[in-house]
Ligand binder design. Structure first.
Ligand code: GDP
Ligand code: MG
Length: 598
């Protein structure tokens, strides 16, 4: 049977352990792409990804490999995003595979996302092949890392492949091991169609394209396909494989990985994790594990120029076409005017979208500080989901507020355990467990409010451990907490976009530090500007921005025209990101200031 020669696999790794480099090497070795095409880096295609060295959106590539047994195998490498925000997508990609390469850096050893990904792979019953990468580095300690793999993950690491994605050592061994160890896909060609969507993408000509693993049955052009979550049907216009660029084929059948086009207008109709079946001969049950991607982090996005509003909306719509997990709706701020409240899977997702809007769509934006969703029970008995602090009902209307809690796993060298415990204490964390990963490294598990992670947790973690800690977290539920809203008044006027929600015990400190910070950020103007932070009607802190004394131009002695012009231009550029709020000009930084205190 043809599927006997198919191997579907993924690569799982902590960020920077070499997943993309290894994928490139495998592609190069199997000759799927020319050197020149390689430079375009198929697997990490967006500029932003390459710059940040992260993998955001997964895709697939087919490698044809002639193994030592003389037979040619079809190896489908399904790439996974390498960041905690995209866990659900990772889990769906892994569900499309039978095996995974577990890549561990020979210097760094196991990190938080190595573990998180291993758990996802084990949930999906994948055959794991351990690869210890970067053995070319002088400081590589493959034996120590092997021991960690055995002790922490419980895998037999005696067979771990020692590799260097940089020099190419071990690449052939990896390919042979995939052929030998990863089971060929099971699944009946004749059963009703079940195709797992592990990614989707919008194409201007073909519409939304579903990237699929066929689990049972077959699909061809002309099949009436049905999305099992929504019941919507579409007629298939094309099916194909990644060879590595998209190539149309007659049919996709059980075990294969490929794509399906059906003139679908919106990626919302091709949701990751959903099952495609044949409307004329439907499967009775969808594949397990589907859920809707739910945004966890929200912020306001406002154009600096009000006239850019429509362009911002169009750009968000375009991004949404390719990314159903990005949500947005119109929002009005008294301070900032018309904009959008946007929801993201996490902080990185938020930064990526903001950067793309600014770079690819050339928009000048004011973004407000990110917030989580609070569940607020009111006196009337309603439960409100509040994703914008300024929408929090007044204190006399609130019965209780619940906030989202995550379970965080932190891996760190043992000398930093004290620092982590202190940080987690400050961040209202609850200790849950601690284990030694090796003699010198420790795994800590804590419950933490998501709002504290959004606040500045990651930066703090990195700076307090000199970058040695790694973090992974997942939402575990909601918990009632004593929270209050702090509002900020500038020149006596409330700036709604600066409001934030904070634990009562921290409110005075944070309210005071915020006004101090704002005093440094808001430029002097022709008049004095009082800055106050208030809880309800009570002022908790006050600072003043003094009035400007002299015109900036008076700094230019001797009437040097070109110098004067330069200064004016500089001022103008600086102003770009200013927003006139009432009588005061506020720079973009001010809206993020709340994240930068402490
Ligand atoms: P990813 O985040 O897991 O996709 O990691 P990348 O593939 O982007 O690699 C992270 C960094 O490690 C890059 O600077 C790579 O050039 C480097 N790298 C990857 N594999 C090796 C290796 O085998 N040896 C050495 N010395 N560097 C490597
Ligand atoms: Mg990568």
């Amino acid at each position: 049977q043809a599927s006997q020669r198919i191997r579907n696999f993924s690569i799982i790794a902590h960020i920077d352990h070499g997943k993309s480099t290894l994928a490139d090497r495998l592609i190069e070795y199997t000759g799927a792409l020319s050197k020149r095409e390689m430079e375009a880096q198929v697997l990490d295609s967006m500029d932003l990804e390459r710059e940040r060295g992260i993998t955001i959106k997964l895709q697939a590539v087919r490698l044809n490999y002639q193994a030592h047994d003389g037979k040619i195998y079809e190896l489908n490498l399904i790439d996974t995003p390498g960041h905690v925000d995209f866990t659900y997508e990772v889990s769906r990609s892994l569900a499309a595979c039978e095996g995974a390469l577990l890549v561990v850096d020979a210097v760094q050893g196991i990190e938080a996302q190595t573990l998180a990904n291993v758990y996802l792979a084990l949930d999906n019953n994948l055959e794991l092949i351990s690869v210890i990468n970067k053995i070319d580095l002088p400081s590589a300690e493959p034996e120590r890392v092997k021991q960690e793999i055995e002790d922490v993950i419980g895998l037999d690491a005696s067979e771990a492949i020692l590799a260097s994605a940089k020099t190419g050592v071990g690449i052939e061994e990896i390919l042979e091991r995939i052929v030998a160890m990863v089971p060929p896909p099971k699944g009946d060609d004749e059963a009703p169609l079940k195709a797992l969507i592990f990614d989707s993408k919008f194409d201007a000509y073909k519409g939304a394209i579903s990237y699929v693993r066929i689990v049972e049955g077959r699909v061809t052009k002309g099949t009436t396909m049905k999305m099992m979550s929504s019941g919507k049907t579409f007629e298939v216009t094309e099916v194909g494989v990644f060879a590595p660029s998209m190539r149309i084929v007659e049919e996709l059948r059980a075990g294969q990985v490929g794509f399906i086009c059906a003139s679908i207008k919106n990626v919302k109709d091709t949701q990751v994790g959903d099952t495609i079946t044949d409307a004329d001969n439907p499967a009775d049950k969808a594949l397990p594990g589907y859920r809707k991607a739910t945004p966890m982090v929200f912020c306001g996005l406002y154009p600096v120029e009000a006239s850019d509003y429509n362009r911002l909306r169009d750009s968000l719509e375009k991004l949404h076409l390719n990314d159903a997990s990005l949500i947005f709706e119109p929002e009005t701020s008294i301070a900032l005017g018309f904009g959008f409240r946007c929801g993201f899977l996490g902080l990185l997702h938020m930064e990526i979208i903001q950067e793309r809007l600014e770079r690819e769509y050339d928009l000048n934006l004011i973004t407000t500080a990110p917030s989580v969703i609070y569940k607020v029970t009111t006196l009337k008995g309603e439960v409100l989901n509040i994703d914008n602090p300024s929408n929090l009902p007044t204190v006399d209307q609130i019965v209780s507020i619940e906030e989202p809690i995550v379970i965080a796993t932190i891996l760190v060298p043992s000398e930093y355990v004290g620092a982590i415990m202190e940080l987690n204490q400050e961040k209202r964390g609850t200790y849950s467990a601690m284990d030694y990963v090796s003699k010198s490294r420790v795994k800590l598990i804590y419950e933490l409010p998501l709002s504290e992670i959004v606040f500045d947790y990651f930066d703090q973690l990195k700076s307090r451990t000199k970058g040695y800690a790694s973090l992974d977290y997942e939402l575990s539920g909601y918990k009632e907490t004593d929270l209050v809203k702090i509002d900020v008044l500038l020149n006596g006027e409330m700036v709604d976009a600066l409001s934030f929600i904070v634990h009562r015990a921290k409110s005075y400190n944070r309210g005071r530090k915020l006004v101090e910070k704002l005093r440094g950020i808001i430029p002097r103007q022709m008049f004095e500007i009082p800055i106050q932070s208030v809880i309800g009607n009570k002022v908790i802190a006050r600072e003043t921005v003094n009035a400007m004394r002299k015109d900036v131009l008076s700094k230019c002695y001797g009437g040097d025209i070109s110098r004067k012009r330069k200064l004016l231009e500089k001022q103008k550029a600086g102003k770009k990101r200013m927003k006139q709020v009432g009588s005061v000009e506020i720079p973009q930084d001010a809206f993020m200031a709340v994240l930068q205190i402490e």
